[in-house]
Design a protein around this ligand. Structure first.
Ligand code: GRF
Length: 192
C-alpha cells in the first residue's frame, strides 16, 4: 500500500478524485495526509475521507526556506512514500525537493513543456492555441521542468474561457493522476 501525502492550495477537486479512487480496496494507494500553504477549502476533503490535514500558511513565515522547513517537518511526520502536488500554487524550496525527491509528482493543466507556470490555462488561451492538455510530471528544482510521466491533449473550443477550458482539463488531469499513482504503487513506474 503506497502512502501518499497531497499538497494543495485551493478547492482540491483533483485531491477529491484521488481520495475517491482510494476508496476502492483494490486501489494500491491511500492518502494519509493533506497539506496546504493556506487555509484551503480543499482541506475539507481530507476530513470528509478521514485523512489527516495540516496547513502551513506561507504568509506566516519570513522566507520560502523557513516555510519549506516547517512543511518538511509536517510531511516527515507522515513518512509518505509519495508526495502529490495537486493545485499547490507554490514552488517547493530546494530543501523540500532534496529531502522527498524523487518521490514528488505534480499535476499541471497544460501539455508540458508548453505553458509551464502558474497560469498554464490562461497562457494557452492567450497564445491562441487550438489545443492544450494535462500533464503529470516528476518534480525537480525547476518550474514544471521534471520528467513527464503522463500527458494527454485537450482541445480548446471556440469561445472557451479560462474557466470553461480548465473545467475540461481537470477531469483529464484527475484520470492521469489516478493512473500514475496506481502505476507507481504497483511498481510499474519507478521514479529516479
Ligand atoms: C489544477 O488544474 C492543477 O493542475 C493546477 O491548479 C488546479 C487545482 O485545482 N495547478 P483543484 O484545487 O484540484 O480543484
Amino acid at each position: 500500500m503506497l502512502n501518499v501525502a497531497v499538497l494543495i492550495s485551493g478547492a482540491g477537486s483533483n485531491l477529491r478524485a484521488l481520495l475517491e479512487a482510494a476508496e476502492d480496496p483494490a486501489y494500491p494507494a491511500r492518502v494519509i495526509a493533506v497539506g496546504a500553504d493556506r487555509d484551503a477549502d480543499g482541506l475539507q476533503h481530507a476530513t470528509d475521507f478521514g485523512a489527516a490535514s495540516f496547513a502551513v500558511p506561507f504568509r506566516a513565515f519570513s522566507s520560502r526556506e523557513a516555510w519549506g522547513e516547517e512543511l518538511a517537518t509536517q510531511l516527515r511526520a507522515w513518512s509518505p512514500d509519495l508526495i502529490v502536488l495537486s493545485g499547490l500554487m507554490r514552488l517547493l524550496p530546494a530543501n523540500v525537493v532534496a529531502e522527498f525527491g524523487p518521490n514528488i509528482i505534480n499535476t499541471h493543466p497544460a501539455y508540458l513543456p508548453e505553458f509551464p507556470g502558474a497560469h498554464g490555462v490562461r497562457d494557452a488561451l492567450a497564445a491562441g492555441a487550438s489545443r492544450t492538455g494535462a500533464s503529470v510530471i516528476q518534480v525537480d528544482d525547476g518550474v514544471d521542468t521534471g520528467p513527464i510521466l503522463a500527458q494527454e491533449r485537450v482541445d480548446i473550443e471556440p469561445g472557451d474561457t479560462e474557466g470553461s477550458l480548465h473545467a475540461r482539463i481537470k477531469p483529464v488531469e484527475r484520470r492521469l493522476l489516478i493512473d500514475v499513482v496506481r502505476r507507481i504503487a504497483a511498481g510499474d513506474l519507478v521514479l529516479t
